[in-house]
Design a binder for this molecule. Structure first.
Ligand SMILES: Cc1cc2nc3c(=O)[nH]c(=O)nc-3n(C[C@H](O)[C@H](O)[C@H](O)COP(=O)(O)O)c2cc1C
Length: 185
């Protein structure tokens, strides 16, 4: 089991929409990914993560909303067209959301950390299922509160793109050496 886990963690990578083949993933698989997100650790069980899943027609509504909310200065016509293509190639887009505990029982950074851990669970699950995915955090996520029906204590932290791919080019984004980041005391 440890070999499997090491392999999944070490092979996890961002796979971008222009690498997807446009095929649709079943909602059953997406549900498995979300169940794993929901097992993330959470201080005092605030469970701050929640998700809004877009596919098919709702995915088109989301991209149209993003385009409406984006000025021409922010995004040129070609970048807008590129975004629409990215959405078409993507099977599901999951809006990553955080519910800030209204009683303030833990600091906000701990809730951001818990949501991030839930995203890592999704990312690793996609790796195991050989699905492409990545976390995107454009500035427009801060203007989607109405569209996503978010309350004042809730935030969208990004889009989690998921798509199928046929094959991936080699890529080795090397991290700095772990030995340089660890002090054994
Ligand atoms: C919180 C967070 C936000 C990210 N936002 C973006 C983004 O807006 N655009 C992007 O291209 N990649 C984004 N990424 C993905 C990183 O660029 C990617 O993880 C990094 O290049 C390392 O590559 P790897 O995931 O393949 O190891 C984000 C990653 C994280 C953790």
């Amino acid at each position: 089991m440890k070999d499997i886990l090491n392999s999944i963690i070490r092979n996890r990578r961002s796979v971008y929409p222009n690498q997807y083949n446009g095929k649709i993933i079943s909602n059953e698989v997406i549900k498995e990914i979300l169940i794993n997100a929901n097992t993330a650790p959470t201080h005092r069980m605030t469970q701050p993560w929640f998700f809004k899943v877009f596919s098919g027609d709702s995915k088109s509504k989301l991209v149209n909303e993003i385009l409406d909310l984006t000025s021409d200065q922010e995004m040129s016509e070609s970048v807008k067209e590129n975004l629409m293509t990215k959405f078409q190639l993507t099977s599901h887009i999951i809006c990553i959301c955080m519910n800030r505990d209204v009683k303030n029982i833990i600091p906000e950074w701990e809730e951001l950390a818990a949501v991030s851990m839930s995203v890592q669970n999704m990312w690793l699950t996609c790796t195991a299922y050989k699905l492409g995915c990545y976390w995107s955090s454009p500035s427009v996520i801060n203007r989607l509160d109405n569209f996503l029906d978010l309350q004042s204590n809730q935030r969208c932290l990004g889009f989690f793109y998921i798509g199928q791919y046929d094959d991936l080019p080699e890529r080795n984004l090397k991290r700095d050496k772990i030995d340089d980041k660890v002090q054994w005391i």
